[in-house]
Design a protein around this ligand. Structure first.
Ligand SMILES: [Fe+2]
Length: 185
């Protein structure tokens, strides 16, 4: 598990009173930050770490493969959230029956996305195992230290992001469906 302070509770607390629309805006901003900054930065750090002439830990190549698999899966996951699930949640908020017309129940797209969250958590855990809990060898060079630090930060951010989706946004949408007289937010 991450050794840094877990931001999960903070993110959920920050958004506990926020509207579904503003939570979704925050989630989409995080998606964009991962796509435009964090994923490319970490990919670059793998290049840098593997170009070092000093001894490299054996985990670097499999860790890099696992990271690129995670990125590829996250592209599809984020697209499905932004183009299918988030609009459905906003529709359900604006008009109680519109989501039911498209999906039968908001539970169906949420169930699909939650399964992807389970896979995402498994991928992150597998990466942590490959990297031996991100414990650096004593003679680790600066590029490797930076890479591991960024990977751990991404792992913590992804856990916090998923918790915000599942515990706040999706939970509210499901509660609103079972009590349609109440608004989502
Ligand atoms: Fe997600």
């Amino acid at each position: 598990m991450p050794t840094t302070e877990d931001p999960t509770a903070t993110a959920a607390q920050d958004c506990s009173q926020a509207s579904a629309g503003s939570i979704i805006q925050r989630l989409v901003r995080e998606h964009r930050r991962w796509q435009s900054k964090d994923f490319p930065l970490i990919a670059h750090l793998f290049d840098e770490a593997q170009s070092e002439e000093s001894a490299q830990p054996a985990c670097l190549a499999p860790l890099r493969n696992a990271f690129h698999r995670l990125c590829a899966e996250m592209e599809g996951h984020m697209s499905r959230e932004e183009h299918v699930l988030f609009p459905a949640i906003l529709d359900a908020q604006a008009e109680a029956e519109s989501a039911a017309k498209d999906f039968g129940s908001i539970r169906n797209p949420i169930g699909m996305i939650e399964q992807e969250h389970d896979w995402e958590a498994e991928r992150l855990e597998a990466m942590r195992k490959i990297a031996r809990d991100y414990q650096l060898p004593e003679n680790a060079h600066e590029k490797l230290r930076l890479l591991f630090r960024e990977l751990e930060a991404l792992e913590a951010a992804m856990h916090a992001h998923t918790r915000l989706e599942s515990s706040i946004l999706f939970a509210r949408a499901l509660a609103a469906e079972t009590a349609p007289s109440k608004p989502v937010a």
